[in-house]
Design a binder for this molecule. Structure first.
Ligand code: CMX
Length: 132
């Protein structure tokens, strides 16, 4: 397991880009609309290193997990994502340990990866994503 990205919910990706890109010096690696999750996302990275990126998440509309988070808790850290070499085995291990992922099997996520999520109540207060 290596750290893949940290997800941060924002009201507007374009409004926060000057901070992450121009002031912190990160580079926009990828932008996408994930319609199934009702979010627009932007992945930012160090210019020389693809690891441990930041994912900015902006809700598309008034419903969906990210819109609910923004409404209830405001902008801020939303999830931590780990790259799993074998996501199916990792999901089985978590299920056997009493921490079942929300999904029964990996589903399509951003950047063409297969992903699953572990509810914060089963992960010590942090929403955890596994990226296959
Ligand atoms: N981090 C920490 N705690 C969180 C949380 C988060 N991201 N989201 C909700 N919570 C907490 C709430 O504060 C609340 O706590 P209390 O019971 O102590 O008040 C509790 O969890 C339930 O909150 P809720 O608003 O009722 O949330 P839901 O149970 O309806 O939904 C979750 C939570 C994890 C099931 C939902 O957000 C989900 O399905 N997430 C997975 C999918 C997702 O996040 N997609 C967007 C990202 C897509 C991408 O990265 O491409």
């Amino acid at each position: 397991m290596t750290l893949d990205h940290v997800g941060i919910v924002v009201e507007s990706i374009d409004a926060v880009l000057p901070f992450y890109r121009d002031q912190l010096g990160l580079v926009v690696a990828h932008r996408e609309e994930v319609a199934s999750q009702k979010v627009r996302v932007a992945f930012l990275k160090d210019a020389a290193d693809d690891r441990a990126q930041v994912e900015l998440l902006e809700p598309m509309g008034d419903d969906g997990a990210v819109a609910k988070f923004l409404k209830n808790r405001g902008p801020g850290a939303h999830h931590v994502a780990f790259h799993a070499v074998d996501i199916a085995s990792a999901m089985t291990r978590l299920k056997q340990a009493g921490r079942p992922p929300l999904e029964d099997s990996p589903r399509p996520g951003a950047r063409g990866h297969r992903v699953c999520f572990i509810h914060p109540k089963n992960a010590h207060g942090v929403l955890v994503e596994l990226v296959g």
